[in-house]
Design a binder for this molecule. Structure first.
Ligand code: ZN
Length: 120
């Protein structure tokens, strides 16, 4: 586990911005931002009860021919609060299979960054 760099914190900010652009937590309770190997940032919204944001953003990055290097996901908490969310078991599998080198921003006594297999 490492402390997040500014680039990792920028991903959290991009995910928060995406969540705020969405149609609200009843439709989009989560948003993910992923940095690709060329440094670009992609964002995606979770679709409530249908699709996790992590899976959506990994798929979007792969569709551009790039690879995910870091991913951050946030969850709606209230109108002015979000929380960094660790990937669910299904999304951990998505990351292991489709973004095996990715680092994941997560909460563990503050924000930390870990490879998916090292997540608590
Ligand atoms: Zn998930």
């Amino acid at each position: 586990m490492e402390r997040p760099a500014d680039a990792d914190l920028a991903l959290v900010g991009a995910a928060v911005s995406a969540l705020r652009r969405g149609l609200g937590p009843a439709r989009h309770p989560t948003a993910s931002a992923a940095r690709a190997d060329d440094g670009s940032i992609s964002v995606a919204l979770g679709l409530k009860d249908v699709l996790c944001a992590e899976a959506a953003v990994v798929s979007a990055v792969l569709a551009t021919g790039r690879r995910v290097t870091t991913i951050a996901t946030v969850k709606h908490v209230s109108d002015d609060a979000t929380r960094v969310l660790a990937p669910c078991p299904s999304c951990r599998l998505v990351l292991q299979q489709h973004a095996p080198a990715a680092r994941v921003v997560h909460l563990a006594e503050g924000l930390r960054v870990s490879r998916v297999e090292a997540l608590p």
